[in-house]
Design a protein around this ligand. Structure first.
Ligand code: GLA
Length: 414
């Protein structure tokens, strides 16, 4: 027998043995990272029911800033239905800063009467009538970031007002609050919402200043981990880097929030937006669209409405994916185990040159042997790839465009 034949036979036998005796592979629940310290026994009770998977929707801030009014919100609600965004899972329509102007004599918050003449209750009814859920913005300090009246000292009356209007989601900011204790303030807000008696998602927006991943689980369902996103590749890379380290804190009912999406706002290339969206999905991030949904290009729709990528984000196992290989020159391989035993793998190219990236099954917890691979952007099965853990050539290869991503789903087995 020739040496190569002996080698091949030996590899085959060893590979087959590995397949038989390998531990359960990628996606096994045993691979989910342990919850953060404060979520372990004795930690806060996490109400999973409000956000079992990362919240999805639309928020006005990234595109419209303070230019919000009821006409825009109604049109956006219509667009969420007409474009298929709602059907794809984007269900919260959230008005960010600048909807509020004053408090009346009883301390009740008032919406801008010029911009919202029909009032928030009527607007919430309209949004609900479209099958969507309705969200508003406030701040734990005395004023919002745009200088509007905020909730400090008015937590109960605001929570009760929101409940009366039919609010389903509240984003609570951190401007003018640096002398306050975030844990105390956001817990106060959570308790006020509970007393108001309506299930309302609490989106903590404290920008990661006081390590919210250590105290926010059980207080809010999601918490911002960084300062504001911008519509640029530099911003996306910087946020991915910061958010990547926090994967242990995330899980059903408790999500790291690397900020809202910029897809479709014009500042990045198609590949960059695809990488932005893919990484948000791999990191189990909330998916809040931040572009004008009334006039999306085909390219923007192709990204925001990619069901196979959304499925990765919304996977019920609720594990935030993490970096498994980090090449110094800008190539990263990310892995997110999924509930059905498969896993999502993203090959991310942060550099400005095309890169070849590789992964071995052993590096992502897949048993040695065959596995089926699907490309989630090409929407194409790539067939069965076998990595028996032997020759280097058995690794899975991806050619990744500059500032781009290849996103695949791997199912162990033939
Ligand atoms: C802060 C938040 C943003 C947005 C603005 C509104 O900067 O982080 O997401 O809500 O305030 O003023």
């Amino acid at each position: 027998m020739k040496t190569t034949t002996i080698f091949r036979t030996a590899s085959f036998i060893l590979g087959a043995a590995l397949v038989l005796f390998a531990p359960i592979g990628c996606g096994s629940k045993t691979q989910a990272p342990a919850p953060a310290e404060n979520v372990k026994s004795g930690g806060p009770v996490i109400d999973v029911s409000l956000a079992p998977t990362p919240p999805m929707g639309f928020n006005t801030w990234n595109k419209f800033g303070c230019s919000v009014d009821e006409k825009l919100i109604r049109e956006m609600a219509d667009a969420m239905v007409a474009t298929g965004m709602l059907e794809a899972g984007y269900k919260y329509l959230v008005i960010d800063d600048c909807w509020q102007v004053a408090r009346d004599a009883s301390g009740r918050i008032a919406a801008d009467p010029q911009r919202f003449p029909a009032g928030m209750k009527a607007l919430a009814d309209y949004v609900h009538g479209q099958g969507l859920l309705f969200g508003l913005y406030t701040d734990v300090g005395p004023k919002t970031c745009a200088g509007r009246p905020a909730s400090f000292g008015f937590e109960d009356i605001d929570a009760a007002t929101y409940a009366e209007w039919g609010v389903d989601y509240v984003k609570v900011d951190w401007c003018n609050a640096d002398n306050l204790d975030p844990r105390v303030e956001y817990t106060k807000f959570r308790d006020a919402l509970r007393r108001a008696g309506r299930p309302i998602v609490l989106s903590i927006c404290e920008w990661g200043r006081n390590d919210p991943w250590t105290w926010a689980p059980g207080v809010g369902q999601l918490w911002r981990t960084t300062a504001d996103i911008g519509d640029s590749w530099e911003s996306v890379v910087w946020i991915i880097n910061a958010n990547s380290r926090l994967y242990e804190a995330a899980g059903p009912g408790r999500w790291n929030d690397p900020d809202m999406l910029e897809v479709g706002n014009g500042g990045m290339t198609r590949d960059e937006y695809k990488a932005h969206f893919s990484l948000w999905a791999i990191m189990a991030a909330p998916l809040m669209a931040g572009n004008d949904l009334r006039n999306m290009t085909e390219e923007t729709k192709e990204i925001l409405l990619n069901r196979e990528v959304i499925e990765i984000d919304q996977d019920p196992l609720g594990v935030q994916g993490r970096i498994v290989i980090d090449r110094g020159y800008g190539g990263q391989v990310w892995m997110k185990p999924l509930a059905d035993g498969s896993c999502a793998v993203a090959f991310l190219n942060l550099s400005s040159k095309e890169l070849e990236l590789y992964v071995r099954w052993a590096q992502i917890g897949i048993p040695a042997g065959p596995a089926r691979v699907r490309d989630l952007w090409a929407h194409k099965d790539l067939g069965v790839h076998s990595d028996l853990g032997m020759h280097f050539d058995q690794r899975f290869k991806a050619t990744v465009p500059p500032h781009g991503v290849i996103l695949i789903r791997i199912r162990p087995g033939p």
